[in-house]
Design a protein around this ligand. Sequence first.
Ligand code: GAR
Length: 208
Amino acid sequence: MKNIAVLVSGGGTNLQALIDAQNSGKITGGKITCVVSSNPNAYALTRAANNDIPTEVIRRKDFDTFEAYDEALTALLKAKNADLIVLAGFMTILGGKIISNFQNRIINIHPALIPSFCGEGYYGLRVHEEALKKGVKVTGATAHFVNEICDGGPIIIQKAVEVKTGDTPEVLQKRVMEQAEWLILPHAVDLFCNDKIKVIGNITEILE
Ligand code: GAR
């Protein structure tokens, strides 16, 4: 059984999708053993507590330097014996130490089809605002491994979602979550936990 640590910052609907997938047997070979939040008021922490999952809070602003924060987060996840780290709406950039210690063992969910609408500054609602501004007719979500390039790591799964006339960023965000994020993130986690993702350079091969 792999130990899964889920990192969150906000509402935690992706965390909920992972918990639901675990409870319904859609994630095998792994178990969510801790939830780490960058925000002490995140509703995601309540979702974890409701499911008896241990929680931790670690805030960037409690450390003098980014390096000290990176060191502390890495030490925490090592102490938790995390085999897989899932970024489920985690809004703090990860440092080099944690990325090198957990190479191809950190999965992020991004609310667009990478390489569109990604990279520094593209997070949360902002991603959907930019997609609507550009006028794309199709957007979606991407589950990918995290490397030192922001949103640049190997892509695991993508799912397209239609943009509709009259969409607001909020309406589009909800559709992308319902039709893509909440499905592909648990699926990517299940594939990882069953050793079904082979990574060759920046490309993944799914062994299904
Ligand atoms: C999700 O849409 C997730 O894809 C996005 O933040 C939202 C978090 O919602 N993540 C990013 O933009 C990361 N770059 P949640 O807390 O309800 O899961």
